[in-house]
Structures are given as C-alpha cells and as structure tokens.
Ligand binder design. Structure first.
Ligand code: ZN
Length: 269
C-alpha cells in the first residue's frame, strides 16, 4: 500500500506541476493573442467598413447606372418618338408629294389627251377637206366634162371652151343661174360650124320653143342642150370624132335675138 500512496502523491505532484506549468504557459501567450484579436477585429471592422463602403459605392453605382439607364431609356424613347414624328412627317410629305405628282400627272395626261383629241380632230377635218377637195378637183380636173352658165342677161359665163384631143366623149352642161323663166330669158348651148351660125339661128326662130329653136333635121348641128330657164340645167353630149378637121366650131344660143351676142369658140387643144 505504501507504493500506492507514493505513487498517488507523485502523480498528484506531477499533475500539480503540470497544472502550474500549463497556467504559466497560458499567461505567457495571453498578451500577443489579444493584440492579434484586436488587430483582427480592427481588420474585420475595416473590412466590414470597406465592404459597406463598397456596397454603398456599388449601390450608388447601381443607382447611377439605373439612372443612366433610365436617362438612356428616356433618351431612346424620346429619340424614337422624334424619329416616329419625323418619319410620320416624312410619310405625310411623301404622301403629299406623291398625291401632287399624281394630280400633276393626271392633269398632264388630261391635257395631252385633250391636245391629242384636238390634233386628231384637226387631222380628220384636214383629211375630210383634202378628200372633198380631191373629189372636187377630180370633177374640175376632168378635161372632157365642161360646165358653162348663163343668167338673166344675154351672155354666157365664158366665150371660149376647149378640150384635149385625147377626149372621146365630151359633155357640156349649161346651167341657168338666173330667175327668169325660159319663155322670157331662155338659153341653150348649140355647137356648130361657125359658117352655119346665122342660117341655123334664123331657121331656129321658126322652129319654135318646142324644138329648142333648132331647125329639125339640121345636120350641121353637132350637139345641143334644151332651152333652160332660171334654176334649170341641161347637158349636151357628143364625140370629138363628130367634129371635122380644119373647121372652126362655135357655140351659140339660138333663143330669138341671142345668137349674135351669146357666142363662143370651141377648140381642141
Ligand atoms: Zn340665150
């Protein structure tokens, strides 16, 4: 048992020594650890402050960014609005310009159509006139168809008629352009050799109005019209082959008293 007691005591002493040694060791490390803790706390506080500052700065930056974004959004919206207005105005202007151009084009087209119609009408009128003139010229231009007039006085409209030798049949139309009846101022157109005028005319008076004042069976008369009064006309037709070469032919009116005055020459050119 004594060993146990000794052992216990020695263990107790060891324990006590160990405890003392441990306490001594704690007291030695206590001051530097506290400083470090303080420093750490300070660092942590600083870090916290820095973090808070950073957070604030970040918040401010976020706010600024948000504001900037808001401003940019506003600006963009304004720009969009302006662009929209500008585009709207441009569209309106373009629409007005297009409508104006269409109106101008329409006016231009109508003007051109009107001008074209006038030109066409003018061309038609000219063409019609040219055709009419051509037809008239064709009538007037036929050298084998002759016209002569006489009125309410003792006279022919011309004292000379001529046809080309190329004519086969020749027609001469006498028109009375006056108002007097054929009984008072009748006229005819009688073609005969100049040498036979007086005899035929004198004999014609005796033949009477019923024979157009031309003696019956008078072979020297080449052709003759009927006696015509105001507004009437008559045509004599004959062949150039009926005329003898080397003979002078004339035309006269055999109405009583007219033959010495109403006389003209008929020639072949
Ligand atoms: Zn006459």
């Amino acid at each position: 048992m004594q060993i146990n007691k000794t052992k216990w005591l020695s263990m107790a002493l060891v324990l006590a020594g160990a405890t003392l040694a441990g306490c001594g060791g704690d007291k030695k490390a206590d001051a530097p650890a506290s400083d470090m803790a303080d420093k750490a706390a300070e660092v942590a506080a600083d870090a916290t402050d820095a973090a808070a500052g950073a957070a604030d700065a970040a918040g401010e930056m976020m706010d600024d960014a948000k504001d900037a974004a808001g401003d940019m959004a506003d600006a963009a919206e304004g720009a969009m609005s302006d662009a929209k207005d500008a585009a709207g105005e441009m569209m309106d202007d373009a629409k007005d310009a297009a409508e104006g151009a269409m109106a101008d084009a329409k006016d231009g087209m109508e003007g051109m159509m009107h001008d074209a119609k006038d030109a066409a009408d003018g061309a038609m009128a000219d063409a019609k006139e040219a055709m009419t003139g051509g037809a008239a010229a064709a009538d007037d231009g036929d050298p084998c168809t002759l016209n002569i007039q006489a009125g309410d006085n003792i006279a022919y409209s011309t004292n000379a008629l001529s046809v080309p030798a190329s004519c086969g049949e020749v027609s001469v139309t006498l028109t009375h352009t006056g108002n007097l009846p054929k009984e008072a101022m009748g006229h005819n157109w009688v073609l005969l050799p100049e040498s036979a005028v007086e005899e035929v005319a004198m004999a014609g008076m005796g033949a009477g109005a019923g024979n157009n004042y031309i003696p019956e069976g008078e072979a020297r008369v080449v052709a003759n019209t009927a006696i015509v009064g105001g507004g009437e006309s008559s045509t004599a037709t004959f062949n150039l082959s009926d005329l003898e070469e080397g003979v002078s032919y004339v035309y006269v009116c055999t109405f009583p008293g007219h033959w010495s005055i109403m006389k003209g020459t008929f020639s072949i050119s």
